[in-house]
Design a protein. Structure first.
Length: 314
């Protein structure tokens, strides 16, 4: 029922955006609109198909920029990187749409370049495209097309995890099983599921949560050592342990781990510098075997123990 409701809402949203693109200027300028003609129906259907293709491109291009983020950010500041992101993600969409309109108008012996399109209807096309590109930049969880597609064909995410050992499926299973945001209980504790890093700083233990927040937890790790999910917490440097649930899979370089995309963006949006993220996720030379050991044994790990409570330091 929830999926059906989501599909209906998404369809209505796409129809509204398609109507905005095609009739937004006419509505603003007070021109008459006939939505019930055969031509209007054909134009609406064509626009919906294009919007799906543009959405697919925006999601894919933003993911590509995510994978190249550390390369680009070593050469430019945040503002320039964001500008580059918009160019890579939005410009091909605008170019493809413009080319299509040019071909259509040429068949009617009209010139797109000499028309009023650029000062009228174009703005109503550009606005939703840029808006969605900005949304997925800051909130990648709102991508409509991504690798973690959820349960389908009667096969649960847990079954997919047990078969493939791809941590993405286990993440999806756990996100359905538990609330997606950390909830601090009356006993001032946080579930292990929400912890991405544990970092030893002086006399304190910092826990970096999936939201990008940092909290100080009780340095007594006795509870963690006894829980069923303890093997997911892997020591990768003298001061840092990482929850391998949030490491992108498959692991191609034992010394250069990568956080999964959604958590990476949440950390960045909380103001955690790229250099600090790299410091947290990079594996020390003597800790490489810990990662290899996890990969060799994760086929024996289940989905229990994630509700273990780590106490906050009062």
């Amino acid at each position: 029922m929830r999926k059906l409701t989501k599909l209906i809402c998404l369809t209505l949203l796409y129809i509204m955006v398609a109507l905005l693109i095609n009739y937004g200027w006419k509505l603003v300028s007070g021109q008459s609109i006939n939505l019930w003609s055969k031509r209007a129906f054909v134009v609406l259907c064509g626009t919906l198909i294009l919007l799906l293709l543009y959405t697919f491109w925006i999601c894919g291009a933003s993911s590509w920029m995510f994978w190249k983020e550390d390369v680009f950010k070593g050469r430019m500041n945040m503002l320039l990187y964001f500008a580059l992101y918009l160019i890579v993600v939005v410009l091909p969409v605008v170019g493809a749409h413009t080319l299509l309109l040019h071909v259509i108008m040429e068949t009617h012996k009209l010139s797109l370049m000499q028309s009023r399109y650029w000062t009228t209807e174009f703005l109503f096309f550009l606005l939703p495209v840029v808006s969605y590109a900005v949304v997925v930049y800051f909130y990648p969880q709102y991508k409509l097309f991504k690798g973690e597609m959820g349960e389908e064909n009667g096969i649960s995410d847990l079954q997919k995890w047990e078969y493939s050992r791809n941590t993405a499926f286990l993440r999806m299973h756990l996100r359905r099983k538990y609330p997606q945001e950390p909830s601090f209980l009356k006993n001032s504790a946080v579930m292990l599921l929400y912890v991405v890093f544990l970092e030893k700083v002086d006399r304190y233990d910092l826990a970096y949560l999936v939201t990008g927040e940092k909290i100080i937890i009780d340095p007594d790790r006795g509870v963690l050592e006894e829980c069923e999910a303890k093997n997911w917490i892997v020591k990768i440097s003298e001061t840092v342990q990482v929850n391998m649930l949030y490491v992108d899979w498959p692991i191609k370089n034992f010394r250069k781990l990568r956080l999964e995309e959604e958590v990476w963006y949440r950390f960045r949006n909380k103001g955690i510098e790229l250099d600090k993220l790299k410091e947290l996720i990079d594996v020390g030379r003597r800790m490489e075997d810990n990662v290899k050991k996890f990969i060799a044994t994760n086929n024996k790990m289940g989905d229990a123990g994630w509700d273990t409570q780590l106490r906050l330091l009062k």
